[in-house]
Design a protein around this ligand. Structure first.
Ligand SMILES: C[S@@+](CC[C@H](N)C(=O)[O-])C[C@H]1O[C@@H](n2cnc3c(N)ncnc32)[C@H](O)[C@@H]1O
Length: 524
């Protein structure tokens, strides 16, 4: 016991050989952990002990147990990567404990009546029933209603913690208040309380927020949590039946296709997922394509702006979260993504959701795709339509880190002879913005868009220019959506039938000084 408090860290038996450096490294880490009264490493090797305390495995284990310090087993395989993989498995036995709870002693005939009365005040522990057999009742029929151990700690607490009418009823019915001992284990503890017990106090906030993508729990663990990543992953697996794989993101999204490197910290190495969004099923490989479950509401909002039979051109469509629901709604969709793997899953999702007759899939650069859309050069899939040309009513550009810079494709991209008096398409362009107020963020988006379009985008009477907040991404970084109808002077920018040139002050060509590509790095 005395030794444990002083810094005993390693429980060992002869098994393998480690260098002195590694040994000391383990020891140092463990001492830090112990200092904050948290888990202690257990390894099965004697030499480690040689550099810390000269104790036998049995002696050290009993010290640890006496000090009520949970230990962890360090597997031999993980020792090679000991630098950051120190904490690998959880010794669940060390969570077993007995606690005394306060209970109401009831007879079978009053049991359910009492339970319905006090239900909100009964014990709340996973796997522990709030009504159990009374061990003190010789007939075997008596029952105990277990009360919430967090709020009702002593028999006297019953009177002070329960509402007066319930206290009256307990007295009137002559129900006895007794103590009852129950056994708790790892299985009865919540995810949060297990992590609180396992992680050092110095860690601060317990990692609880993760994104769920099918069977995958996706974390973005802070640096200081990385030494504990495997046990965090294991707790998530143990406490969430539907989760089979836990990953943490390594660094920020930087790839062209907005995918990111990730590491499996627990569970199986399986990235093929099936997710359901608004009753539409999507299949994809989470490591190969972009997917963000937090965009679920945004997908719904954009699709709600489309009407049946409208033509939609989705320029950066991913695996189809706008395209497929739009097609199900009855729109005629042209969907494109430059990532060949997205294209593969897009085809699959279109087929699985039985909308092949409604969606044409493309695998090209968004600028080329938008040019096709504006020229009406898409192959027609619209039933009964003789015309070869199709005119999109909506163009979706969902690549927030760069989509604004793709707006430079629009000037002069439309043919007046083809479009004649048809309404030009609405563009829905996602982007990031910053600024203290909503106005600042909006102005920031509008001025960048104007720069690429070479034309003013003043909000008009028809309410066809709008900058909508989508979500917070990071401190002072917001995802926004710019909605606007392509202005005539942009669409037909380089047309000059009368040979009169531009009117003074009317800028119809893109500003040659504008930045060519806008790519905000490190963005989701
Ligand atoms: C932020 S993701 C959005 C995907 C999809 N709209 C969604 O909501 O899940 C952006 C997509 O743009 C694609 N992309 C990146 N550069 C592109 C380009 N130049 N042309 C077309 N697609 C591109 C990426 O592969 C990625 O799937």
């Amino acid at each position: 016991m005395r030794r444990a408090r002083r810094g005993l860290v390693l429980v060992c038996s002869k098994r393998c050989w480690l260098s002195r450096k590694t040994t000391l490294e383990i020891a140092c880490r463990s001492v830090t952990v112990l200092a904050s009264a948290k888990p202690v490493i257990e390894t099965r090797w004697n030499r480690v002990l040689g550099y810390t305390e000269r104790l036998t495995a049995r002696e050290s284990t009993s010290c640890l147990l006496a000090a009520k310090i949970p230990t962890m087993t360090l597997s031999t395989e993980s020792l090679s990567g000991v630098k950051e993989d120190v904490f690998t498995t959880i010794d669940k036995d060390l969570f077993i404990k007995k606690i005394t709870v306060i209970a109401l002693q009831v007879q079978p005939k009053t049991c359910h009546k009492v339970l319905s009365l006090v239900k909100p005040y009964t014990i709340r522990k996973t796997g522990i029933r709030n009504i159990v057999a009374d061990p003190g009742d010789e007939t075997g029929k008596g029952r105990l209603v277990l009360l919430n151990e967090e709020t009702i700690k002593t028999r006297d607490d019953v009177e002070s913690c329960l509402p007066s009418d319930i206290v009256e009823a307990i007295k009137r019915e002559e129900i006895r208040v007794v103590e009852h001992e129950i056994s708790l284990s790892y299985d009865n503890m919540s995810q949060e309380s297990i992590m609180r017990k396992l992680l050092p106090v110095s860690i601060g906030e317990i990692p609880s927020a993760f994104e769920t993508v099918g069977h995958i729990a996706h974390f973005n663990l802070r640096d200081e949590l990385l030494p504990y990543k495997h046990i965090i992953g294991q707790v998530i697996l143990d406490k969430n039946a539907h989760i089979k794989t836990v990953v943490t993101k390594l660094g920020n999204i930087e790839t062209k296709f907005r995918t990111f490197p990730m590491e499996v910290i627990a569970g199986k190495q399986e990235f093929d997922v099936r997710v359901k969004e608004h009753n539409v099923t999507f299949e994809f490989n989470f490591a190969d394509v972009y997917w963000n479950s937090r965009l679920q509401e945004e997908h719904r909002i954009i699709v709600s702006r489309f009407r049946k039979n409208e033509v939609i051109a989705d320029a950066m469509c991913g695996i189809g979260p706008f395209a497929v629901p739009a097609a199900i709604k009855g729109c005629n969709v042209y969907a494109n993504d430059l990532n060949p793997k997205c294209y593969k899953y897009l085809l699959r999702n279109v087929e699985k959701n039985k909308v092949t007759s409604k969606v044409s899939c493309f695998n090209t650069d968004a600028r080329d795709f938008i040019r096709l859309a504006c020229k009406g050069d898409f192959p027609s899939k619209i039933e009964g339509q003789k015309e070869k040309t199709v005119f999109p009513q909506h163009i979706v550009m969902n690549l927030p880190a760069a989509a604004l810079s793709f707006l430079d494709v629009f000037p002069g991209c439309f043919d007046r002879n083809l479009w004649q008096n048809k309404p030009l398409p609405m563009v829905h362009c996602h982007c990031f913005s910053s600024g203290k107020t909503q106005e600042e963020r909006r102005d920031n988006v509008i001025s960048r868009a104007e720069n690429y379009l070479g034309c003013s985008l003043k909000p008009n009477d028809k309410n066809e220019v709008e900058v909508r907040y989508v979500r917070d991404v990071a401190p002072n970084k917001f995802m926004m959506c710019l909605h606007f109808r392509v202005p005539e002077q942009v669409a037909f920018a380089f047309e000059d039938p009368e040979g009169e040139g531009e009117a003074e002050g009317e800028k119809t060509t893109p500003d040659p000084k504008r930045p060519k590509v806008e790519f905000i790095e490190n963005s989701p």
